[in-house]
Design a protein around this ligand. Structure first.
Ligand SMILES: [Mg+2]
Length: 391
């Protein structure tokens, strides 16, 4: 059994709402080019995963002709090959997309769902609702978290950081919506590295006068272990961070210096092999893990398999137009089916149609990014009425 080739198939993609945070309070638009990476084999079975970038082509010769079932060995081969420059940026994203496609293949070749291949005992993963909602009106925030409550979801995460009064009001809306599910919803806030550590402490402490907050996410820069630890020691909320760092080597200084209380792993930064390594290190320190944003919630099998996983971020901004995962949400959990692999089911006909359309359009990686906002880490620049309609 051999790996014979790869394909990156692109298609135009729309989210059903714009996403916004403290760095992009007006939202970043709804058009997000999508892609699927296929790793093909001589058995006519392909590993398929969302993502992929032109960098895949640079790594592919390392795995070509290899047995795809040796996922961890192939991961190490790729990591060793990029040793000097490091698994950073686009190289890291490509490496992780390949890693996840290989895990998908490994499970498909065993004719079992990935949650089973990874050793989960139950086919389910707990989720929390995440509106990525700085740009939403109060009514839209209400609608989003009400819809989550309808599905039994008892946790929610609000984007905060630019306007204390608005954040108190809007966190109250989230809390009220989720109280339909539980008397004490799991409330989280996310400032996306907008604050300095001292700002984070002042701001979070003020919010904590009104709410019981489970975690504050990325309250300081991703590498600033002293700043993150300072925040952790001076607010009641746990510090969650990690969605923008790459793997075990980056997590080590944070974990060893007590700078993170809830460890975030993410398909784009750690893949599956890297996520398991980070999660197991966290487990040794009794730290919980959360899986961050992933389109179509396709990372649910990973969450199910991690012994210290508490909840997966569910952004719920619309389904991709040509694939879906074999799963449903009920009682606050994602329940996965028995489709082999990640459970991704591609509508090949639709994909071919869309692929033809996207050939002249933007390529993966060209989508608008969440750039860092003026004043970040220095002083708070409130959102203007041009940016957010709730001003
Ligand atoms: Mg975040």
């Amino acid at each position: 059994m051999k790996i014979t080739g790869y394909r990156i198939r692109t298609f135009p993609n729309q989210t059903d709402r714009a996403l916004g945070d403290a760095n992009t309070p007006g939202g970043n638009g709804t058009s997000m080019p999508g892609s699927l990476l296929y790793i093909d084999t001589d058995e006519n079975i392909s590993g398929i995963v969302p993502g992929g970038s032109p960098m895949v082509g640079q790594l592919f010769p390392l795995i070509e002709g290899e047995d795809p079932r040796g996922v961890r060995g192939l991961w190490k081969k790729m990591m060793d090959a990029v040793f000097k420059g490091g698994a950073e940026g686009g190289v890291n994203m490509a490496l992780n997309a390949i890693d996840m496609a290989l895990w998908d293949l490994k499970a498909k070749l065993a004719d079992e769902p990935l949650w089973r291949t990874l050793g989960a005992s139950e086919p389910r993963t707990k989720v929390y609702a995440s509106g990525v909602d700085m740009n939403l009106t109060d009514d839209e925030v209400h609608e989003f978290y009400s819809r989550a409550a309808d599905r039994g979801i008892d946790g929610g995460k609000l984007k905060v950081g630019l306007d204390m009064e608005a954040d108190i009001r809007r966190l109250g809306i989230v809390n009220d919506c989720l109280k339909r599910v539980t008397p004490r919803p799991m409330l989280a806030i996310d400032s996306n590295e907008y604050w300095s550590p001292k700002q984070a402490i002042r701001y979070t402490s003020e919010l904590e006068r009104h709410f019981d907050i489970t975690w504050i996410e990325e309250p300081a820069r991703r590498w600033d272990y002293e700043g993150l630890r300072l925040v952790s020691q001076n607010v009641k909320a746990a510090v969650a961070t990690g969605e923008n760092i790459n793997g075990l080597a980056d997590f080590y200084p944070l974990i060893a210096n007590e700078a993170v209380d809830i460890v975030q792993v993410w398909n784009g930064r750690t893949g599956i092999t890297g996520a398991m390594q980070v999660a197991h290190m966290a487990y040794a320190f009794e730290l919980p893990v959360t899986t961050a944003i992933n389109p179509g919630n396709y990372m649910a099998p990973l969450g199910a398999a991690l012994p210290n996983h508490i909840s997966m971020e569910m952004v719920d901004a619309g389904q991709p137009p040509c694939w879906h995962a074999d799963q449903y949400v009920e009682d606050g959990w994602i329940h996965m089916g028995d489709t082999p692999g990640l459970g991704i089911i591609v509508d090949e006909e639709k994909l071919s149609e869309l692929e033809a359309l996207s050939r002249s359009g933007p390529q993966p990686g060209a989508r608008p990014r969440f750039a860092r906002r003026e004043g970040a880490g220095l002083y708070i620049v409130p959102a203007t009425s041009d940016e957010v309609v709730w001003k």
